[in-house]
Design a binder for this molecule. Structure first.
Ligand SMILES: [Zn+2]
Length: 74
């Protein structure tokens, strides 16, 4: 069996960057991308970790041309 491309590090997930949220992140976006949906994000760093809920919200508001929404979640 092949080694996974991303071995799971023993690192705690970063908290969601959306102010007032702080849930464990499931995705990292470029901060500039995340700010398209969440204008209130602090301009700090380049990456924006998002929790599952906020990632979905981001996808909705950016209307990404993907229809994978319903395949991977729940
Ligand atoms: Zn969040």
């Amino acid at each position: 069996m092949p080694d996974g491309p991303r071995p799971r590090a023993a690192e705690a997930p970063e908290p969601c960057v959306v102010p007032g949220c702080g849930a464990d992140s499931v995705r990292h976006l470029a901060l500039a991308e995340a700010r398209k949906a969440f204008a209130a994000l602090p301009e700090k760093g380049r990456r924006a970790p998002l929790c599952r809920d906020h990632y979905r919200e981001w996808k909705k508001s950016t209307k990404a041309a993907r229809t994978l929404d319903r395949l991977g979640w729940n």
